[in-house]
Design a protein around this ligand. Structure first.
Ligand SMILES: NC(=O)c1ccc[n+]([C@@H]2O[C@H](COP(=O)([O-])OP(=O)(O)OC[C@H]3O[C@@H](n4cnc5c(N)ncnc54)[C@H](OP(=O)(O)O)[C@@H]3O)[C@@H](O)[C@H]2O)c1
Length: 338
């Protein structure tokens, strides 16, 4: 198998740093690697696999000779560089929302819909973080029993909003404990000791863009009919890292909590922790820094006929962004799609 030349675009950001770590962890074999950012961080020194690299400012020529670009530099940067990357024959694996819903761009979670990668035309999109962890849970279940309805409530960590948001939680908490005034910048409301029922902007239908991403991306990834009822409420919580989700699923046919546990125990990327009588259930702290999507509190849903409720948590920077990006890179290499 030939080894690609890889560029990490947005290498100095929260997700970019995690991508760099995971390229090493998953032992991705490459010929050359380079690290790109905006002019702000160009010149930063980065240690990787025992070598020191200098971060370069991303320019169109930066992609000459590159085969795979792992991008986490925001939607406008991805839109700016995508034509240059594709023109040079490289594959862009993009973390931003720029191309996710475009018809000719596969939206892929590794281990869920890998075959969709074969249709790429130069760009592969990585789903939104709250969608990502959910897909690994839903896929094995709906393979056994089709889904009729889905309701998701998310409790999302501040790391999902980048470095500045992480710092805002710290500074806001310190100010609050010291009884000082604090001006929020990243969030519309104070994040310290609070829960904010808004992530991203509001749409005309009253949902936020983040909530509609969960609805639309789920349908695209799982190839579900557009009329299938899905609803989401997304909230930001004062947690540094690790998204939690309360999930209610109505199935076509009867299914028991034990059957769900058994299916999920044997599925890719998941770990079931579900013994409430012994206080065993997953929390964001269990998920932060590790790869599995953890599932617990699996029980019969009392509101739906064939309903199951469950709780799932995952590291939003890993499965919700960097881990899936690097797993996609691994698939693109294995399937020789570059
Ligand atoms: N955080 C998450 O959980 C998460 C999950 C899924 C997807 N994403 C997506 O991933 C992207 C990055 O998120 P993040 O949390 O890592 O943000 P971040 O910490 O703010 O990092 C942004 C990165 O992009 C670089 N960048 C910004 N503008 C650029 C430009 N014009 N040219 C080249 N590089 C540029 C920055 O470089 P400088 O250091 O030079 O500023 C930095 O390396 C966003 O699209 C976000 O929506 C994030």
């Amino acid at each position: 198998m030939r080894k690609p030349n890889i560029a990490i675009l947005g290498a100095t950001g929260v997700v970019g740093r995690e991508i760099t770590k995971i390229v090493d962890e998953l032992k991705i074999e490459f010929n050359e690697i380079k690290f790109l950012s905006s002019a702000r961080s160009a010149g930063t020194k980065l240690e990787f696999q025992g070598k020191t690299y200098t971060v370069e400012e991303a320019k169109p020529e930066s992609f000459d000779g590159i085969n795979i670009v792992l991008a986490s530099a925001g939607a406008s940067t991805s839109k700016l560089f995508a034509p240059e990357i594709v023109k040079r024959g490289a594959v862009l694996i993009d973390n931003s929302s720029a191309f996710r819903m475009e018809d000719d761009v596969p939206l892929v979670i590794a281990g869920v819909n890998d075959e969709d990668l074969r249709c790429h035309k130069g760009i592969v999109a990585n789903p939104n973080c709250s969608t990502s962890q959910l897909m690994l849970v839903l896929k094995p279940l709906i393979e056994k029993n089709p889904m009729k309805r889905l309701i998701v409530s998310t409790y999302q960590a501040v790391s999902g909003a980048g470095l500045a948001a992480i710092n805002e939680l710290t500074e806001n908490t310190k100010a609050r404990l010291a009884g000082e005034n604090f001006e929020n910048k990243c969030f519309k409301k104070p994040i310290a000791f609070n829960v904010i029922p808004q992530i991203d902007v509001f749409c005309e239908n009253g949902y936020t863009k983040e909530e509609m991403k969960v609805v639309n991306e789920t349908k695209k990834i799982l190839h579900l009919p557009s009329v299938l009822p899905i609803s989401c409420t997304a909230a930001r919580v004062p947690v540094y890292n690790g998204h939690s989700e309360a999930v209610d699923i109505e199935f076509e046919n009867e299914i028991t909590p034990d059957e769900v546990r058994e299916i999920l125990k044997n599925s890719f990327g998941l770990k079931v922790i579900d013994n409430p009588s012994n206080f065993e259930y997953p929390t964001a702290c269990d998920a932060s820094g590790v790869n599995p999507v953890f599932v617990g509190r699996i029980r019969k849903n009392l509101a739906f006929k064939n309903g199951i409720s469950l709780w799932c948590v995952a590291d939003n920077l890993r499965i919700g962004a960097a881990l899936n990006t690097v797993r996609l890179c691994q698939k693109v290499i294995e399937m020789e799609l570059y």
